[in-house]
Write a protein that binds this ligand. Structure first.
Ligand SMILES: [Mg+2]
Length: 162
C-alpha cells in the first residue's frame, strides 16, 4: 500500500461497478479497497486504513445507512460519501444528517466523483489536524486551475502520508 495515495474503500453489492471504479480510481492516486457488503466494510476498516469510504445505500445485509453509522462510530475521522440510485435521493439526504459527508447519484460522472472525494478528504484532513478553512486554503494555495487530482496530492502531503 503506497503511502502517498489516498485510501478509499468502496462498498457496493454490484461487482461490475466495484471493478470499473477500482480501475478508474487506481490510476488517479487512490489505494482502492472494494467490498460488496456493509458487514465486510466494518471488518476491513478495523484492519486497513481508510481515509474516505464510498458506500452504496441499497445492499443485501446491513444497509448503507447502517454501515455509515457503524463506520463513523469506530472511525471518527473517516469521511463517507453515499451512493444512491434513482428514487432513493431522500434517504441519501437523510444520511447527510446522520454523518455522511455527501451523496452522489449513480451513475456518477468521474470528475464529479473526484471533486466530492477531494472535498471529503479535505474535510478529514482539516478535522484530524485541526486546520481552519482559511489556513487550509493558504496551505493549498488554491488556484482556479488546480485540478481535483492536484489538490488531492497536496492534501496528502499535508496529511503526512499516514
Ligand atoms: Mg446496491
Amino acid at each position: 500500500m503506497k503511502k502517498n495515495k489516498i485510501n478509499l474503500m468502496i462498498v457496493d453489492d454490484e461487482e461490475q461497478f466495484l471493478e470499473s471504479m477500482r480501475k478508474r480510481l487506481e490510476v488517479r492516486d487512490f489505494n482502492v479497497i472494494t467490498v460488496n457488503r456493509g458487514e465486510k466494510a466494518i471488518e476491513v476498516a478495523r484492519s486497513s486504513p481508510v481515509d474516505v469510504a464510498l458506500v452504496d445505500l441499497k445492499m443485501p445485509g446491513i444497509s448503507g445507512e447502517e454501515t455509515l453509522k457503524l463506520l463513523k462510530k469506530e472511525h471518527k475521522w473517516m469521511e463517507i460519501v453515499i451512493l444512491t440510485g434513482h428514487g432513493s435521493v431522500d434517504s441519501a439526504v437523510d444520511c447527510t444528517q446522520t454523518g455522511a459527508y455527501s451523496y452522489l447519484q449513480k451513475p456518477c460522472e468521474l470528475n464529479e466523483l473526484l471533486i466530492v472525494l477531494k472535498d471529503a478528504y479535505k474535510k478529514r484532513v482539516m478535522n484530524r489536524h485541526k486546520i481552519e478553512e482559511k489556513k487550509m486554503n493558504e496551505l493549498l494555495k488554491i488556484s482556479q486551475s488546480s485540478s481535483p487530482r492536484e489538490i488531492l496530492r497536496k492534501l496528502r502531503e499535508i496529511d503526512g502520508g499516514s
